[in-house]
Design a protein around this ligand. Structure first.
Ligand SMILES: *Cc1c(COP(=O)(O)O)cnc(C)c1O
Length: 464
């Protein structure tokens, strides 16, 4: 093992040095991948020196997600304390189903979940678990909502026509999960949003009432804390009043920006969260732990057990159920995703998590100010969001993002809202400085200057 760790150290050192010089890796088209890299698997072993060389080639050719040129999707950076926890979790390799197999690590998981419940304002009756990502924690919430509506479904299967509600701007896991849960994609109602991308509670109320009149059973409303494109926050307080009125389970999908619970300054975006039934967030997004670290918490832990407990004598042989987290899990064997979060949290304290969150909003302010003050840009997103959506010189955004990627300049993606398509720049990497944000715009402008020249005409308009 020592030898493998030394190899790891040598690859890591080389990678970290190279990332400084080359923040974006050279583009390899998918159809050339197997020609450019030796990924082949053969019958005979190879010697260690060749093996190391092959590993290095692979690592050096892999997209870099921790540099100041990666703004592609909703994560980024490399938090050293969290990485340390993750490496230790790999070394320890506990499976989180039983106290017998995971011991002290069960305590780590429990304390993280307990602290999150406390921060929300929930008592001892609340609990939670970890799953493999936000799609899966959303899935767990839908299953609990379904079973809370009718506890027989677990045994008899789906026999009633159920509906779920989410905004048109919400994540695609909602319809996917509706199909897994036996509710059906066609029974997902997409509620319109206002001009800043937040679900309209009165439209929600009407849609639920209409479905009830039509003989459907509304089982869940999903509100989003940080919509995928604009980073908008649905109004939890108003939506929860509608849910209460119709007696429907309310989940908040905070995969992207739910971590605002750690910030005094920004937690108002989730005002009323203590009234919802379940809440999920990805620490691998705003908090910056390695993938994946996705938590779901429920106000009443009974629902976790009702939907996910199964007796299994061969597995659950000792200890109280409370210390056998396999009884509230979607999985059987499960990675220890809590340790990286705990390692970071232990180091920086809750105040440190708050700083991580606040810094991302500060970086977004810097980016928005820049876009607003430069007439070649047009802004499409709104204040209090870590997504800064813009167009530059009216260049088609999809084409611009693809060219930046192919020429290994910047990793950034595009998105759309209603009629508009734009570059979606996310300030989710808390390790970036304000200068890194300005450097992004400089790189973009230089790239356009050298690659677009005369071809672009733009009558642009400023919207704010
Ligand atoms: C990222 C995201 C998800 C999905 O989370 P994964 O961990 O990628 O499965 C769900 N909802 C929202 C709002 C997200 O931003």
């Amino acid at each position: 093992m020592e030898k493998a760790l030394a190899v790891f150290q040598s690859i890591a050192t080389e990678l970290l040095a190279d990332e400084k010089a080359n923040p974006v890796v050279d583009f390899i088209p998918a159809d050339q991948l197997f020609d450019r890299l030796d990924l082949s698997l053969i019958d005979q072993p190879i010697d260690d020196a060749t093996h190391l060389q092959k590993l290095k080639e692979l690592v050096m050719a892999t997209p870099r997600t921790a540099t100041n040129a990666f703004f592609n999707q909703l994560y980024g950076g490399r938090n050293e304390k969290a990485v340390l926890g993750e490496l230790l979790a790999v070394l320890l390799n506990n499976s989180m189903y039983t106290f017998k197999a995971a011991g002290a690590q069960v305590g780590v998981e429990k304390i993280v979940l307990r602290k999150v419940c406390e921060i929300i304002g929930w008592d001892e009756n609340a609990d939670g678990t970890f799953a493999t990502g936000g799609s899966m924690t959303n899935f767990m919430s839908m299953l609990m909502a379904r079973d809370a509506f009718n506890s027989k479904i677990r045994f008899e299967g789906v026999q009633q026509k159920m509906t779920v509600y989410t905004s048109i701007e919400s994540h695609y896991s909602i319809p996917k999960n509706a199909s897994f849960a036996g509710i059906g994609r066609n029974n997902v109602r997409y509620i319109p949003v206002n001009k800043v991308g937040e679900m309209n509670p009165s439209d929600l109320d009407k849609a639920i009432a209409q479905d009830i009149a039509d003989g459907f059973h509304p089982v869940m409303v999903n509100a989003t804390a940080g919509t995928t494109v604009l980073g908008a926050f649905d109004n939890v307080e108003e939506i929860s009043a509608v849910c209460k009125k119709h007696d429907v389970w309310m989940h908040v999908d905070g995969a992207y920006c739910g971590s605002v619970i750690f910030s005094e300054k920004y937690k108002h975006h989730l005002k009323g969260l203590e009234n919802v039934d379940s809440f999920s967030f990805n620490a691998h997004k705003m908090i910056g732990t390695p993938l994946t670290c996705s938590l779901i918490v429920v106000k009443d832990k009974k629902h976790l057990r009702d939907s996910f407990a199964n007796e299994a004598e061969y597995l659950f042989q000792t200890d109280e159920d409370d210390f056998n987290p396999g009884k509230t899990s979607l999985q059987c064997g499960r990675r220890n995703d809590a340790l990286k979060f705990w390692t970071l949290w232990k180091s920086v304290g809750t105040k440190g998590l708050e700083k991580i969150v606040d810094h991302q909003f500060d970086l977004a302010d810097t980016a928005r100010d820049y876009v607003r003050n430069h007439p070649d840009y047009q802004l499409y997103s709104f204040d209090d969001s870590i997504a800064v959506c813009f167009k530059y010189k009216n260049i088609p955004s999809q084409e611009l993002c693809t060219k930046l990627y192919e020429k290994a300049e910047l990793m950034v993606s595009f998105g759309s809202f209603q009629e508009d398509e734009f570059v979606r720049f996310v300030t989710i990497n808390a390790q970036n400085s304000h200068d890194d944000i300005l450097l992004f715009f400089k790189r973009l402008e230089e790239f356009v200057h050298f690659n677009y020249k005369v071809s672009v005409k733009y009558p642009f308009k400023l919207i704010q």
